[in-house]
Design a protein around this ligand. Structure first.
Ligand SMILES: C[S@@+](CC[C@H](N)C(=O)[O-])C[C@H]1O[C@@H](n2cnc3c(N)ncnc32)[C@H](O)[C@@H]1O
Length: 284
C-alpha cells in the first residue's frame, strides 16, 4: 500500500514569522531590470561591456549578487555600514552563488571612506544617497564616487519625483508572486510606503516602510529613512561640481492603464506626473 503523503503545511506569513529583509527585497527591488539598464547604457556610452561594479549602501547586496551571476568576468564590491544586513546577505544570497561568491566582496564600512579597486560602474540605489542633506555633503560623496571609478567609469543613481513626492501620504501595494532567495513562493502581503513628514523649507522628508499580513498583523516602521528630497537640476549641478563631464537623466513612460511601462529613456524634458522613478548617470 502506498504510504500516505503528509499534507504540506501551508506557509504562513505573519509579523512574527516574516523576515523584514526578504519582504523589503520583494517590495522595492528589481535588480534584473537595474542590471539590464546598467549594462545597456554602459555599452552604448563606452562601446564595451561593464564588468566591475561597486554597490554603495548595498544593504542585502542583492544587486551585487545578481551582477556576479550574470557573467564569469563580473566582479562586485558591496559596501554598507550595517554588519547585520551584510550577514543576512551572506546567509541568504551568497550561499547560493557557488563559485561566483569568489568574485564578490562585502565590505562593512562608510562609503565616504572605503577604498576599492577602480570600477566600471558605481551604483547607489533606492535613493540611499538622500541621507546627505547639504549640497556640500552630497558633492563630497559624488567626488568619492568619481574617484572610485575607472577613467571611463560611470556613476548610476536612482531617484523619485513627481507632484506627490514633496508631500505626506501613505500607499499600500499587495505584493504577490514573489519568491524568497531560496526560490520558495512568498505568500502575499502588503507593502506600505509612508511619507510621514515633509518640510518644504528644507526639502527634508521622513519615510517609513511597514508590512501588513493576511492574518491582520503588521510590522510597523520596519525601515525608516530620514532624507532630503533632491531635485533633478540639483543633482546634475552637484555631479558637474564634483567633476563629472556629463549627466544623463532617464525616466520611464506610461502604459494605457497609467502604470510605469518599465522602459527608461533619456529625457531632457517631460510632462510631470504624480510619481515617477528615474536613473541619473554621471559620466566621468
Ligand atoms: C535604503 S537602504 C538601501 C539598500 C539597497 N541599496 C537597495 O537598493 O535597496 C540604505 C542602506 O545604506 C546604509 N548606509 C547608510 N549610510 C551609509 C554610509 N555612510 N556608508 C555605507 N552604508 C550606509 C544603511 O545601513 C542601509 O543598509
Amino acid at each position: 500500500m502506498p504510504k500516505k503523503t503528509p499534507k504540506k503545511k501551508r506557509s504562513r506569513l505573519t509579523a512574527k514569522t516574516a523576515d523584514p529583509h526578504m519582504l523589503y527585497e520583494a517590495s522595492v527591488q528589481s535588480v534584473d531590470a537595474d542590471i539590464d539598464f546598467i549594462r545597456k547604457r554602459f555599452r552604448r556610452l563606452r562601446g564595451r561591456a561593464a564588468h566591475s561594479l561597486r554597490e554603495d549602501f548595498c544593504g542585502t547586496a542583492k544587486l551585487s549578487c545578481a551582477w556576479v551571476q550574470k557573467s564569469r568576468e563580473n566582479v562586485a564590491w558591496g559596501i554598507d555600514l550595517d554588519g547585520t544586513t551584510l550577514d543576512w546577505c551572506r546567509r541568504n544570497h551568497m550561499v547560493h552563488l557557488n563559485s561566483a561568491t569568489e568574485r564578490m566582496q562585502l565590505i562593512r564600512g562608510d562609503v565616504m571612506e572605503t577604498k576599492t579597486p577602480p570600477v566600471d560602474v558605481l551604483a547607489a540605489f533606492n535613493f540611499s544617497y538622500f541621507i546627505f542633506k547639504s549640497r556640500a555633503a552630497l558633492r563630497s560623496y559624488f567626488r568619492c564616487a568619481r574617484r572610485a571609478l575607472k577613467r571611463d567609469g560611470v556613476l548610476v543613481l536612482d531617484m523619485f519625483g513627481g507632484t506627490g513626492a514633496p508631500d505626506t501620504h501613505e500607499d499600500g501595494t499587495i505584493i504577490d508572486d514573489e519568491h524568497d532567495p531560496t526560490g520558495r513562493k512568498v505568500p502575499n502581503f502588503t507593502y506600505e510606503w509612508e511619507q510621514a513628514r515633509y518640510n518644504p523649507v528644507t526639502n527634508e522628508i521622513l519615510c517609513h516602510i511597514h508590512f501588513s499580513f493576511r492574518d491582520g498583523t503588521r510590522i510597523s516602521r520596519a525601515f525608516t529613512y530620514d532624507w532630503r528630497l533632491w531635485t533633478v537640476p540639483e543633482l546634475r549641478e552637484l555631479l558637474a561640481e564634483a567633476g563629472f563631464k556629463e549627466s544623463h537623466f532617464y525616466t520611464h513612460g506610461w502604459n494605457n492603464d497609467g502604470d510605469d511601462d518599465g522602459t527608461f529613456r533619456r529625457k531632457d524634458a517631460f510632462e510631470n506626473e504624480e510619481g515617477w522613478l528615474a536613473y541619473i548617470i554621471g559620466v566621468k
